[in-house]
Design a protein around this ligand. Structure first.
Ligand code: NAD
Length: 377
């Protein structure tokens, strides 16, 4: 059985789907591994490291796609590459299935088993394969280090003979994986942190990291789904939230928004009137930008300076700002996935679509869209 990991084609992508450490693990499982030349160029892994780990390095991308039993990559493939995959092969990557139904049709038509990494269940058993979490963790960290670098202020309080410098004020909206890491990082750097989430248990987690939890009575049920995701708020609840948060945003040096509602466009939580009243030099980092954005005025992959001098940062792929480590954990997630389902005696994948994890993340199989959520799309 062969694994192929192509080089990412999006010029903004810095990560590699496989690192040499994972290559070695796959080789030890008895798999033949090929990677495309230059795969690790942006994350500090030259081709020679892949060769040393037991991989072939190829420049014939199309031939490798056509031969491979497993294709691993970070981002979704170009639609025209899907027909080049071998029928019966398994392709695993982020697939953005809620926004890109065409990909699923193409994967089914090509007879490919498509695994969507965003659909891996948030269960204890699947934690080791959870690429959404491994990447969000790093994005939360790099959002704070980016802010620390861009801010015209320092983060910690400093008492000097020339006077006292106040700590920078951070406001984190959305306390999931990225939000928690943002809180922890900003606290370590000495900032004063306030945080809000609609899920009450998330507020307690923020407090345990030393943040001040903003408590807003939104009325109604604001708990999570059985997967731990937030439920969508009503328009009235969203308005209440925006009203209660506005003053904290205006008072903050950095607002980091991470609030997502799984499978839906992100809610607008910070409106333009609030952005315009934020201090000159303050920053709003919209980590939900790729999912539609939490801030009115966010432009994906751009920075926009508002009337009052605050800057809305809509850059994507914050995890890609630390590509060595984001590739390390992403690649480990894929290695863990394959290893979990690998039958060492038969030297093949144990593939049972009734398995809880596979039922969650396999979207196409044997020429059909098999996932409940996308069957009728
Ligand atoms: P996410 O990226 O979907 O959303 C980020 C955060 O935004 C969430 O905490 C969500 O509650 C919050 N949010 C949504 N609407 C909001 C609003 N209007 N205002 C403020 N906040 C809002 O979340 P995630 O980081 O992927 O985590 C989702 C859940 O999954 C969490 O409960 C997390 O603890 C859980 N989780 C479990 C596991 C596991 O058990 N293996 C692994 C990872 C995450």
């Amino acid at each position: 059985m062969t694994v192929f990991a192509p080089r990412e084609t999006d010029p903004r992508e810095t990560r590699a789907p496989l690192t040499p450490v994972t290559v070695q693990r796959l080789v030890e499982l008895g798999l033949e591994v090929q990677v495309e030349a230059g795969i690790g160029a942006k994350c500090d892994h030259p081709d020679s490291e892949y060769e040393a780990a037991g991989s072939k390095v190829t420049t014939s991308r199309d031939a490798a796609l056509a031969e491979a039993d497993f294709v691993f990559r970070v981002g979704k493939p170009a639609i025209e590459e899907i027909s080049k995959l071998k029928s019966g092969s398994l392709h695993a990557s982020f697939l953005d299935p809620f926004n890109d139904p065409e990909i699923l049709q193409a994967m089914a038509a090509a007879g490919v088993t498509a695994v969507s990494l965003e659909m891996i269940p948030r269960s204890t058993l699947a934690q080791k394969m959870d690429a959404l979490s491994s990447q969000a963790n790093i994005a939360g960290y790099t959002a704070v280090t980016y802010a620390a670098d861009r801010l015209n202020k320092i983060l910690p309080m400093m008492m000097t003979p020339a006077g006292t410098v106040s700590p920078a004020k951070f406001f984190i909206i959305g306390i999931g994986v990225a939000g928690l890491q943002a809180i922890a990082t900003a606290k370590r750097l000495g900032a004063r942190v306030t945080a809000f989430d609609v899920r009450p248990e998330a507020l307690e987690q923020a407090e345990s990291l030393g943040a001040k939890a903003l408590r807003i009575d939104l009325g109604g049920d604001t708990g999570g789904t059985d997967q731990g995701y937030a439920k969508e708020l009503t328009p009235e609840q969203l308005e209440k939230q925006r009203q209660a948060q506005g003053k904290v945003c205006i008072d903050s040096d950095v607002v980091i928004t991470t609030a997502k509602v799984f499978g839906r466009k992100s809610p607008i939580l910070v409106k333009q009137d609030v952005v315009d009243r934020m201090k000159p030099g303050s920053l709003i980092i919209d980590l939900a930008a790729e999912a539609g954005g939490n801030v009115e005025g966010t432009v994906l992959d751009e920075e926009v300076v508002a009337k009052g001098g605050a800057c809305i940062v809509g850059l994507s792929n914050f995890e890609g700002r630390a590509p060595t480590h984001s590739s390390q954990v992403f690649s480990a997630n894929l290695g863990n996935f394959l290893e979990h389902f690998w039958d060492k005696e038969e030297n093949c994948l144990k593939f049972d679509l009734e398995d809880e994890i596979l039922k969650g993340c396999v979207l196409t199989h044997s020429g059909e869209i098999v996932h409940e959520r996308f069957k009728d799309a």
